[in-house]
Design a protein around this ligand. Structure first.
Ligand SMILES: [Zn+2]
Ligand SMILES: [Zn+2]
Length: 220
């Protein structure tokens, strides 16, 4: 399971650069975590990065500091000794979440709401991402597939076009009713590939590129 953490600067930048290999917490996570979504404290309702988790260490602050700063040249703790002990002042136990190399900067960032959160987590929260939908259309910004809702069409001033927002990344873009209709009759067809989007789908009455903005089309 993945967790979502609010991280202050400059530590969020260091995680994203891969130069902070431990995330320190005053409380140990209650569940096993495979990865962390990072929300930068004081920014909009998004997760800006994702990083895998190697393992979680707990111990006295002294033991954790000794362990995590031992091979600092290879695995920098990403915090000064002074700041580390100030953070754990009054704590009997410290938790170090060992972060995997090669963090992923999310571009565009993912809405916290998509991860199942109502707002920025106070401490640690557990992500419950929405299940993928059989897509009517694909977000051109992040590739998320989703279906147009009734409200999105009802709110449209146009017969055949409406503006929707991606429920994963929050970006808005136009979709066309014609395409939405086609996508209800989708069969994969490995012999038809759009050069623009690598879409390989055949529709009942021919072939259309899955990406709404792409001009490439091929008829049978
Ligand atoms: Zn998106
Ligand atoms: Zn295309």
């Amino acid at each position: 399971m993945d967790a979502v953490l609010t991280v202050k600067q400059p530590y969020a930048d260091r995680i994203m650069e891969g130069t902070k290999r431990y995330e320190f917490r005053r409380k140990a996570p209650a569940r096993d975590i495979d990865g962390l979504y990072v929300h930068i404290a004081g920014t909009g309702p998004y997760a800006q990065a994702y990083v895998g988790v190697n393992c979680v260490h707990t111990g006295t602050p002294e033991a954790i500091w000794e362990y995590c700063s031992e091979c600092a040249a290879i695995m920098p703790p990403g915090i000064s000794r002074e700041d580390f002990f100030a953070y754990f002042d009054g704590c009997e136990t410290a938790t170090a979440i060992s972060l995997a190399p090669r963090p992923q900067v999310l571009n565009p960032p993912i809405l916290l709401e998509y991860l199942g959160l109502k707002g920025a987590p106070q401490s640690i929260a557990y992500a419950k991402p929405q299940q993928p939908e059989i897509g009517d259309y694909t977000c051109p910004y992040c590739g998320h597939e989703q279906q147009a809702t009734y409200d999105e069409w009802e709110g449209s001033d146009f017969e055949d076009r409406t503006t929707v927002w991606c429920r994963r990344c929050g970006q808005s873009f136009d979709v066309y009713r014609e395409w939405v209709a086609y996508y209800t009759n989708v069969d994969p067809d490995p012999f038809s590939m759009c050069p623009g989007s690598e879409s390989t789908e055949r529709f009942r009455d021919g072939w259309r590129c899955r990406i709404g903005g792409c001009a490439a089309m091929k008829e049978d």
